[in-house]
Design a protein around this ligand. Structure first.
Ligand SMILES: [Ca+2]
Ligand SMILES: [Ca+2]
Ligand SMILES: [Ca+2]
Ligand SMILES: [Ca+2]
Length: 244
């Protein structure tokens, strides 16, 4: 996300401040980086492939054979393979985790595409956590060998969040799955985008000032029926942080 300095709005007010919509904040969430950048796990890394319970390897960068030749990224080749942990601590062991800077108060969507070699809870029982707190229920596949997306939203209350994926069942077999295309996207409603085009720029300033002058409900950004400095404050906050 590109931040618009407050001074731009206050002193000039007419510079465009566009941002890339839907930017993925996870590093190497598609596992296409040959150096396994950003990949962390509490499972055992077994580059040679499946050897023990509670292990992982990333094909094709690790020499181990993947559970399935498919990966999810269009035009890509890499995906993470995991053999689920079957110990008493399966429910707290992170298959994958990464710490990511975020904006407190913003709403984010954490998503993962997963493929199980079987169907049902025995294939995988994945849960999405933020700072070790569950933000989702437990996801299992209904069909073997098909990538399915699972996701959940949360509001950040810290400036860095640790995202993690846990396989909570503790089952030994089959419990073999693949992960690909992990995403974290800021889905906070963009209040300052009064024109609804996904960007904040002079057109929104103009629309806000005009609606404010007319006591048009469009300018009542805090929804209290009044048109005052509180709405201007909400507009400025949203404008300066830009659209997600
Ligand atoms: Ca991939
Ligand atoms: Ca297993
Ligand atoms: Ca706009
Ligand atoms: Ca108001």
């Amino acid at each position: 996300m590109r931040m618009c300095p407050t001074i731009v709005l206050l002193s000039i007010g007419f510079l465009e401040c566009s941002v890339a919509p839907g930017q993925n904040l996870i590093v190497n969430g598609d596992f296409e980086n040959p150096d396994l950048l950003g990949v962390n796990s509490e499972y055992v890394h077994t580059p040679g492939g499946n050897a023990i319970e509670g292990s992982w390897w990333i094909s094709p960068w690790d020499p181990g054979t993947p559970w399935d030749p498919q990966q999810h990224t269009i035009g890509g080749v890499g995906a993470m393979n995991a053999n689920g942990d079957d110990s008493a601590v399966a429910g707290i062991k992170k298959v994958w985790f990464q710490s990511i800077p975020v904006i407190p108060g913003h709403t984010y969507r954490f998503g993962v595409w997963a493929l199980g070699t079987a169907a049902g809870a025995g294939a995988y029982s994945l849960r999405l956590d933020v700072n070790n707190v569950a933000i989702s229920g437990v996801f299992s596949p209904t069909t073997p060998r098909v990538y399915t997306e699972h996701s959940a939203e949360f509001v950040a209350d810290t400036s860095t969040v640790e995202l993690s994926i846990k396989n909570v069942s503790g089952i030994t077999f089959p419990n073999d799955f693949m992960l690909d295309d992990l995403t974290l996207v800021d889905v906070t409603p963009c209040l300052a985008d009064l024109t609804g085009d996904g960007e904040v720029d002079f057109l929104d300033v103009s629309a806000f000032l005009s609606a404010y002058d007319d006591s048009d409900s469009l300018a009542d950004l805090n929804n209290d029926g009044e048109y005052d400095f509180l709405d201007i404050s909400v507009f400025l906050d949203s404008y300066t942080s830009g659209c997600p």
